[in-house]
Write a protein that binds this ligand. Structure first.
Ligand code: IVH
Length: 672
């Protein structure tokens, strides 16, 4: 980027970040996620570093905290309310502690860690045990007196609990600091209600909590459920609170909520393990969090180390990888799927999101690209969470230079040049109708071999393409005629890997009917529909001859699915493939009748990794006993089985819906 281009970009970034800040901090509205804004700020500071003359005093990178709002009385803090510097990985935690050790070699690795809550900081001042003031952080030196409002928060004691071993805190001045948060469930409920009343929706729980506490009408505050969770205890004589561990114990005794998971740790490794554990489990918390707070436990040392800028040296915030970032769309390509669907895909400038580099993101379909107005050359917000396919959230229209190009959906298939079609006029998707389109072929074979279908280990995308390119296979059935000696000539294989693949293919020649049916890749036939059809018809021959009415009579099968099945088996090419498979002795085994199995009518969801069997094996066992296997926890789910590293959102849904949560051992007992 040359100087002129950088200048233009810097100005646009500043404008957009400033608008975001104003809306967010002054109006309590949000035009993008904090993560996306952070990503823009990062880009701005990189440019300012590269072109120092572009750095101005009013740059958003130079801003320190916000100013108190007019309307509330301003109160000076007895001790400044500090912020924390962020770190993002183990090395940075180590570097932080190394700096401290260098400076003060006698400091031991005695840490206190807690979950960093995403709310607004508040200081509560108690005099002789009675709540006198509630003050927001403001600029750290002066905050706003929000006493009237915070008195409506039920988790804030109006007087400290007496008769505890901490009774000394009931005389004189005691200050309790903590975070005011809105729980995720309350936030969702509130927004649902607002939606039904046609009111504008709130952006996120933190914003809503902040907006609520700064309401001038306390009755509104009382209507919205907020919670106070304490993390700090201050006395005029600091020696009364020797460690942070002590502070938490005292806070709980005095009547506050303090996070139960907060604890003292004695090495950087333990801190990282704790961070990894909570990064996985954070969805299960009632409130949002974006990391941890790590402090030295000993408060005398904490104070002695002092402050740099606006952060204490003795504490840091460990931030989890963000799930959103901004980047540029280099191009928009069209990818042809297994059933011929043509999906526009954004080719991105590589960007690190949630710990992995993202270079592609789905744009779903032509209509979506135009609705969101995503153009080639645009700066965009990209979202990626867990296993989901990264997607483009929206373009940052204000950052456009005028050189962006609109996406035009191609008329022909990019792989086989056959004209794309829409099956119905109102279809969102264009399709490649060519059944032997190379893209469709390799995706079909890959789907056939996939875990939920024939489960052939080692037959992933790259190997399938290599076999097709070498002309060793032309269709799915051909994989069964492969010989190890043919594979060894290919670059991707050696003797062991070739033998292994052939063995894996031959071992799975007698799949369940459901697996084969799903593996054929019939449109609209997902794992569960394939199982329902298999259970009902018992053999592939009967399904092949079934009429639309007979198919649609099956529970869970609608007209669209029924039509799609009939269409599939009416196609000569498909019948040829099935005859070929039969000749090669690839045919489903007898269906186990599970209609009266002991898990009849029970719905299961699995989250995390099981140790005794794969998720697919567990699903098959559940089905063989008449149970159903679902992907997400819903009203009708009976059991959520939790393996290692369970997904938080599933546990949360299960709790909300009162679904029984089982361990793997409990599942094994049920299956026994
Ligand atoms: S301890 C020197 N513990 O994070 C400040 N802070 O970036 C040390 N926060 O202003 C505070 N959860 O509002 C602490 N468990 C926790 C926290 C926490 C959220 C906030 C707090 C603070 C900000 C620092």
């Amino acid at each position: 980027m040359n100087h002129a281009q950088a200048k233009e970009r810097v100005n646009k970034l500043k404008e957009l970040i400033n608008e975001y800040r104003y809306k967010y901090h002054v109006l309590n509205e949000s035009i993008m996620s904090d993560e996306a804004a952070d990503s823009l700020k990062h880009e701005l500071s990189m440019l300012e570093e590269e072109f120092p003359d572009l750095l101005t005093k009013d740059s958003p990178t130079q801003r320190v905290a916000g100013e108190p709002l007019p309307g509330f009385k301003q109160v000076e803090h007895s001790q400044r309310m500090l912020s924390l510097n962020d770190v993002f990985n183990k090395q940075e935690v180590e570097a932080w502690f190394d700096r401290i050790s260098k400076n003060q070699p006698e400091v031991k690795p005695d840490f206190f860690v807690d979950i960093k809550m995403d709310g607004l900081a508040c200081a509560l001042i108690y005099n002789d045990g009675v709540l006198e003031f509630g003050v927001t952080r403001g600029d750290g030196f002066v905050g706003e007196d929000v006493t009237m409002n915070i008195r409506t928060i039920e988790s804030i004691p109006l007087s400290l609990r007496s008769k505890t071993k901490f009774s000394n805190f009931l005389s004189g001045r005691t200050e309790v600091r903590g975070e005011i948060v809105m729980y995720k469930a309350d936030f969702n409920r509130l927004n649902k209600k607002r939606q039904s009343q046609n009111l504008p929706l709130f952006a996120n729980p933190r914003n809503t909590a902040a907006g609520t506490v700064r309401q001038l009408d306390p009755s509104l505050v009382a209507e919205r459920t907020l919670h106070f969770r304490a993390y700090d205890l201050l006395r005029d004589d600091p020696s009364e609170v020797p460690t942070n561990e002590f502070a938490y114990e005292a806070l709980k005794s005095l009547g506050f909520i303090a996070n139960k998971s907060a604890k003292s740790l004695s090495s950087v490794k333990e801190i990282i393990d704790f961070a990894d554990e909570w990064e996985q489990k954070r969805q299960t918390l009632e409130f949002n969090t974006d990391g941890l707070v790590i402090k030295l436990n000993d408060r005398a040392i904490f104070d002695r180390l002092g402050v740099v800028g606006k952060a204490p040296k003795a504490a840091i915030a460990y931030k989890y990888a963000a799930e959103q970032a901004t980047t540029k769309v280099k191009d928009i390509l069209v990818s042809i799927g297994r059933t011929g669907v043509a999906t526009p895909v954004a080719v991105l400038e590589p960007v690190l999101i949630a710990g992995s580099t993202v270079q592609m993101a789905t744009l779903h379909n032509e209509g979506e690209v135009h609705r969101k107005d995503i153009r080639i050359g645009d700066s965009v917000i990209v979202h990626k969470a867990g296993d989901i396919i990264p997607e483009v959230v929206e373009p940052l229209i204000k950052l456009r230079t005028g050189k962006e190009r609109k996406f035009i959906m191609p008329i022909i298939c990019p792989d086989c040049s056959v004209k794309l079609v829409k099956l119905k006029a109102d279809d969102a998707a264009w399709r490649c109708p060519n059944k032997s389109c190379p893209s469709r072929t390799w995706k079909q074979i890959q789907h056939f071999a996939s875990k939920e279908a024939m489960d052939i280990e080692g037959l992933g995308e790259k190997n399938v393409i290599a076999l097709l390119d070498a002309n060793l296979i032309k269709d799915t059935a051909d994989i069964y005629s492969l010989e190890a000696k043919q594979l060894i000539n290919l670059e991707r294989f050696a003797e062991i890997s070739a033998n292994k693949l052939i063995k894996a293919i031959q071992q799975k020649k007698e799949p369940s009917l459901a697996r084969l049916l799903y593996g054929l890749g019939i449109r609209h036939i997902g794992v569960q529909t394939a199982i329902d059809l298999a259970q009902h018809f018992k053999s592939l021959e009967t399904i092949m001859q079934a009429t639309i009415d007979e198919l649609a009579a099956v529970d869970g099968v609608g007209d669209i699915v029924a039509e799609s099945v009939v269409e599939y088996f009416a196609e000569p090419a498909n019948l040829d493939l099935l005859s070929k498979l039969k000749r090669l002795k690839v045919w489903p085994k007898q269906v186990v009748d599970s209609s009266n199995g002991k898990l009849k009518g029970k719905n299961f969801v699995i989250t995390g990794t099981l140790t005794n069997m794969s998720r697919e094996e567990a699903a098959e066992k559940i089905r063989n006993l008449g149970g159903k296997f679902q992907n997400a926890v819903a009203k009708e789910t009976d059991y959520l089985v939790t393996g290692d590293n369970p997904g938080g959102s599933k546990i949360l849904s299960a709790r909300r819906l009162n679904t029984t949560i089982l361990t793997e051992a409990e599942l094994l007992k049920l299956l026994d």
